[in-house]
Design a protein around this ligand. Structure first.
Ligand SMILES: [Zn+2]
Length: 506
């Protein structure tokens, strides 16, 4: 996500940095000197979340910490999730209701006794505005299963699943969208459905990951799989979605039923508005669409052009964009932009400059590579997607040669810090430090690595990293090992100097 800081490029004057959720931070809020302050002037959601509670609720991983940090890819599961979702969206009540079924392989252990799902719509910041999620009639392999919901975690208990066997979980679910200019919510006639369905949590070498929702960035973590999603709603809705639409919508009275399929994606998002117009182009056999409402008309061509240019540039530098389609949608969030697989939300609230919108678009499209294709645990290692997406945007902007950012004076903050390290110091400007370190200093660090290795060696090593991690989950260790192997160099001193520490993973 990109918080819309209209600032940044410390050495260049006003430039946009974007991430997944962007807030407009004044340049003065970004320098190391200001790290002790709240990001003043940030454009924050109406119900500002209480970040002090974000630190704790579920830390079932903590007991496993310190047991060695060598990521065992075999332990990442449940593997090969395949979702079938069938829902109705009611445009008057802003409710989604329907069924979800997910089949996966238990690659974790014998007699697997529990499963977790994330119900992100239950985050406090959404509940305050009428949002929420509920599930019922949970079955595992056709049998009723006991479950319990604790805020954003759905815990399914008392199971005994055999190792290396497939299992299927089914449930009914209901979602109330909050009235909120956000990645999840409705505002005016625009409906944003990011993180809107129960999604399998990930079990890794630290146990189950059920971290709290982080409103100023992402705490999402999911494995790539398949989606078959059917949505019935008013027939006048124009819908952008992850994946590709299968055939034409089926019209029944004033309703339309749309079906979408996607593969090798780790999430599924939708954006709709009855007034959306669409322009499209094709690049590298990929269809690029911009969905925009009339008030955003002046941005449409620029977003399409920057979308096309970003796909071309990042495919050449990092590895081919792997899906047949990409949707760019305009909306009016409190942030700069937000990434989902094959769908990016560009927030055009207020009068954003065209160049800003193009740069935010490049950042979010950069996330198709860093988050979408090369996945990571966004709560534990946010730099693995945000620093790289910010680097990609600076590459698109042609500003790498002037990208020079110093780290915070406060050495407590590392580039490889977890989100909880920043939220723990919220009162001392931890959120500003998060943006500063993970976006600004992070992109500058990737650029320092490029300068150290030279363009040819750097991009060739990035392409190897892409091939190794495609549709998987990367860690800080994976990145360092991959770069060292590709270049034949000892890069530990470089990363240590840039506050990338493997001990942060333990
Ligand atoms: Zn981002």
């Amino acid at each position: 996500m990109k918080i819309s800081r209209l600032t940044k490029r410390i050495s260049m004057g006003a430039i946009a940095l974007v991430c997944s959720i962007g807030v407009a931070l004044p340049a003065s809020a970004i320098g190391p000197d200001s790290m002790k302050q709240e990001p003043k002037g940030a454009y924050v959601p109406s119900g500002t979340p209480d970040l002090s509670t974000l630190n704790s609720p579920f830390s079932m991983k903590s007991s496993m910490k310190g047991k060695g940090n060598k990521k065992n890819q075999q332990a990442l599961g449940p593997a090969n999730p395949s979702y079938t979702i069938d829902v109705d969206y009611n445009s008057s009540t802003h409710k989604v209701a329907g069924t979800l079924e997910v089949t996966f392989k238990n690659n974790i252990k014998n007699n697997l006794s529990e499963l977790y799902f994330n119900l992100w719509g239950n985050a406090e910041v959404f509940k305050e505005n009428g949002g929420g999620m509920n599930v019922s009639d949970v079955k595992v392999n056709g049998k009723n299963a006991a479950f319990e919901i604790n805020e954003t975690a759905l815990h399914i208990k008392d199971l005994s699943l055999s190792k290396n066997k497939k299992a299927t979980v089914s449930m009914d679910f209901e979602v109330s969208l909050p009235e909120q200019q956000d990645r999840f919510g409705w505002y005016g006639e625009t409906v944003s459905m990011g993180n809107w369905f129960p999604i399998l949590a990930v079990y890794d070498d630290e146990g189950w990951n059920v971290d709290p929702y982080y409103p100023y960035g992402e705490s999402f973590y999911s494995l790539s799989g398949k989606f078959d999603v059917t949505v019935t709603t008013d027939k006048n809705q124009v819908i952008a979605a992850t994946g590709e639409e299968v055939g034409k919508a089926k019209i029944t009275g004033d309703k339309a039923t749309h079906r979408y399929k996607a593969k090798d994606v780790r999430d599924f998002a939708l954006e709709m508005n009855p007034n959306y117009r669409v322009i499209s182009t094709e690049v590298n056999n990929i269809k690029v669409n911009v969905y925009y409402s009339e008030e955003h008309s002046k941005y449409a061509a620029a977003l399409l052009e920057s979308g096309e240019d970003s796909i071309k540039l990042f495919s050449e530098k990092f590895g081919q964009y792997p899906w047949p389609e990409l949707d760019i949608v305009t909306m009016e969030g409190w942030f700069g932009g937000m990434e989902y697989p094959q769908l990016v939300m560009i927030s055009l609230a207020g009068d954003r400059p065209l160049d800003w919108a193009k740069s935010v678009n490049a950042h979010e499209i950069g996330h198709q590579w860093f988050y979408g294709i090369i996945g990571n645990n966004e709560y534990d290692e946010p730099w693995l997607d945000e620093s790289f997406a910010s680097f990609a945007a600076a590459l698109y902007d042609g500003e790498l040669d002037s990208l020079q950012v110093e780290p915070t004076e406060e050495t407590y903050y590392h580039l490889s810090s977890q989100i909880s390290d920043f939220t723990a110091r919220e009162d001392e400007g931890g959120i500003g430090a998060y943006y500063y370190m993970i976006y600004n200093y992070g992109s500058s660090t990737i650029n320092d690595l490029r300068e150290l290795l030279g363009d040819e060696v750097f991009y060739s090593a990035m392409q190897t990293y892409f091939k190794q991690q495609k549709f998987g989950i990367s860690t800080t260790r994976d990145f360092i090992v991959s770069m060292e192997k590709s270049t034949g160099r000892d890069l530990m001193p470089f990363f240590r100097d840039h506050r990338v520490l493997l001990s942060d993973q333990e």
